[in-house]
Design a protein around this ligand. Structure first.
Ligand code: ADP
Length: 280
């Protein structure tokens, strides 16, 4: 992993006026994301996770503070600069994928490039390759309504990747999928991060997903309560690798071996799709 800074969030505040009262949602967020990192943002509902993701995605402006992307403060961009920045640098994956129902899988994946006026032929080739990469080469001519939830989410992921973004922002990407399908999508995220070096920030309630990522940021009441990085060996696929016994790594005493599930408050545990550890 490189140590080049991709995003630097500095003293970000977000306030709303709700029924005449000021509501403070983010209270001075500082966060640096390095290129190639994969970080989970966890915390109870209402902590401000989605608000932070929207601000990072330039879909909303902070009340105060700066967001530097590759050193440039994107909070100062004009509307047209923002549109092209988002299109070229960011990929979004949401719980509800927002695929266009009247277009096929391959057309949906091509859409960000079509919006940029790129050559249809080159885009189609690339979109097909991406659909193949997410395991959907047999579904390219299907419309969203003819695909399962997991398949739709794969199409959304391929669409997020078509412009080769630096950063993928995902908000509860597997929130409405069953555990088996979620597992497949989680593997895909990690695989894409490892193969392409794409940086991922994923807001999730899934302990399974957070536990696989090398960094977990816990939010509470609009603040970052905890920011834990693990050693790479303790990150992606660590539990899937039987040749890396848990006890041996614990004895090494390197890095922070805090368990993700300990960071998530009890009230949220019921929302987790897949407990990280099963008893029995
Ligand atoms: P999380 O993603 O951690 O569940 P959110 O970022 O969605 O939290 O929301 C944080 C808080 O901000 C919630 O209490 C929500 O009701 C409030 N909030 C979000 N958007 C607005 C808004 N436009 N006006 C007022 N309050 C809002």
């Amino acid at each position: 992993m490189t140590s080049k800074t991709l995003v630097a969030v500095k003293d970000v505040w977000k306030k709303f006026i709700h029924e005449g009262n000021e509501v403070v949602i983010l209270r001075g967020i500082d966060l640096v994301i390095e290129e190639g990192e994969m970080l989970a943002v966890v915390g109870p509902s209402g902590a401000g996770k989605s608000t932070l993701l929207h601000i990072l995605g330039t879909l909303d402006l902070p009340t105060k503070g700066t967001i530097a992307f590759e050193g440039k403060d994107v909070t100062r961009y004009s509307a047209s600069q923002l549109a092209s920045f988002r299109n070229q640098r960011l990929g979004f994956v949401f719980q509800f994928h927002h695929l266009l129902p009247e277009f096929t899988a391959v057309e949906n994946v091509m859409m960000p490039g079509l919006i940029r006026g790129q050559s249809q032929r080159a885009l189609e080739k690339r979109a097909k390759e991406l659909l193949d990469e997410v395991g959907l080469s047999h579904r390219i001519r299907h419309r969203p309504g003819e695909l399962s939830g997991g398949e739709q989410q794969r199409v959304a992921l391929a669409r997020a990747l078509i412009m080769e973004p630096k950063l993928i922002l995902a908000d509860e990407p597997t929130g409405n999928l069953d555990s088996k399908t979620s597992e497949a999508i989680h593997k895909l995220f990690i695989d894409l991060n490892q193969r392409r070096g794409t940086t991922f920030l994923i807001v999730t309630h899934s302990r399974d997903l957070a536990d696989r990522m090398a960094r977990t940021v816990t939010m509470r009441d609009g603040r970052i309560e905890n920011d834990v990085r693990r050693e790479p060996s303790d990150g992606p696929f660590r539990r899937a690798d039987p040749s890396a016994p848990e006890a041996a790594r614990e004895e090494e005493g390197e890095g922070v071996h805090e368990r993700v599930q300990e960071d998530v408050p009890d009230s949220d545990q019921a929302e987790a799709k897949e407990p990280a550890e099963r008893v029995g």
